[in-house]
Design a protein around this ligand. Structure first.
Ligand code: ATP
Ligand code: MG
Length: 320
């Protein structure tokens, strides 16, 4: 049960009662998640989404820390139900430009869950073995098992993002030239959409997060990395080079989201200029998806109950 109470004030809380406050909170959090969910590519434009958005009246900065802490707890509780049920797997894909906060978001949001039920995969540049296979090969190897939460830090989407912005990467993929014509990006998006549909039919709940950072905020964060000794290690000259391709990346993201947004594999275009806000939206989106599964502790059959009773009798009969 959420412990977080919206900023309704103590007096009002007494009047409406704790259960009502919880219901109001849940409604508000659902609205927040709905606001950033994209389930169809029809008319999708990135410019309609503001990276500096902080949810209007739905959240305020002062309460965000308590909301996140509460979200982390509720996510942990839901994971405890996902695991024994052993049917569904939750797959969370994180994509973003450098310094958008992928790592920090994953770290904070997943901080409460049982590590045994989580599987995190970071997709870097593919190696020779990866390149001698189809591009989804390495993705399939990193999928979570049923009952687990899988986190993809970058993903198969790099194949229609960085590879599209740097077509020389495509030439390293050993593809027959006849298959790398102009249509290749559209075809890859179709293939990704079909793959995700297949996974959804196998019991994967897929959530895709695009942490939407503005170019100005990225500059500010890069400068902070350069100016703060403790953050120097985070800076990479390669990230600066990618920044020069900003517009090409935005076009590639827009087409990727438009081409693969579906009810069974929604995108969340999460404003990323304010880290506190990004984290709240991500944790609540994960909670909403798990709540929709109506998870419960597995039922005990009559036969199992009989075995449990026998085990209890055996233990009680032990001497000493
Ligand atoms: P951080 O910088 O916070 O450690 P990161 O995800 O940026 O996280 P890096 O090791 O800096 O990690 O970068 C990984 C690189 O691998 C990115 O530049 C990404 O574009 C690249 N990459 C990932 N998948 C592919 C792919 N399929 N083809 C080519 N490059 C890829
Ligand atoms: Mg990097």
């Amino acid at each position: 049960m959420p412990l977080w109470q919206p900023g309704t004030g103590r007096a009002r809380m007494r009047r409406v009662g704790r259960e009502d406050v919880i219901a109001m909170s849940e409604k508000r959090l659902r609205k927040l998640v709905d606001r950033y969910r994209v389930t169809s590519g029809k008319g999708f434009r990135l410019k309609d989404h503001d990276p500096a958005d902080t949810g209007g009246p739905l959240v305020n900065h002062a309460e965000s820390e308590a909301m996140l802490a509460d979200g982390v707890r509720r996510l942990a509780d839901l994971q405890e139900l996902l695991y024994p049920q052993d049917q569904w797997a939750l797959l969370c894909v994180f994509q973003a430009m450098d310094a958008a906060g992928k790592d920090g978001t994953i770290k904070h949001v997943m901080s409460g869950v049982n590590p045994q039920g989580v599987f995190v995969a970071s997709f870097k540049q593919p190696g020779p073995e990866d390149l001698s296979h189809d591009f989804l090969w390495r993705v399939s190897r990193e999928l979570p098992q049923r009952g687990q939460i899988g986190v993809f830090n970058r993903s198969h989407y790099e194949e229609v993002l960085v590879v599209r912005v740097h077509p020389e990467l495509l030439t390293r993929q050993h593809l027959p030239p006849a298959l790398t014509g102009k249509k290749v990006w559209k075809q890859r998006l179709e293939d990704i959409a079909s793959y995700e549909q297949y996974l959804s039919r196998q019991g994967f709940v897929i959530l895709k997060f695009f942490l939407h950072l503005s170019r100005e905020e990225q500059k500010r964060r890069f400068l902070e990395r350069l100016e703060t000794p403790d953050k120097n290690w985070k800076f990479s000259a390669a990230d600066l080079a990618e920044r020069d391709h900003w517009d090409e990346y935005m076009t590639a993201y827009e087409e990727a989201i438009a081409g693969t947004a579906a009810p069974y594999a929604p995108w969340f275009v999460v404003p990323a200029d304010h880290k506190w806000f990004t984290r709240v939206v991500v944790v609540e989106a994960m909670i909403a998806a798990l709540e929709d599964l109506n998870l419960h502790v597995p039922d005990v059959t009559a036969e199992q109950r009989e075995k449990l009773a026998a085990a209890k009798r055996a233990l009680e009969a032990e001497k000493g």
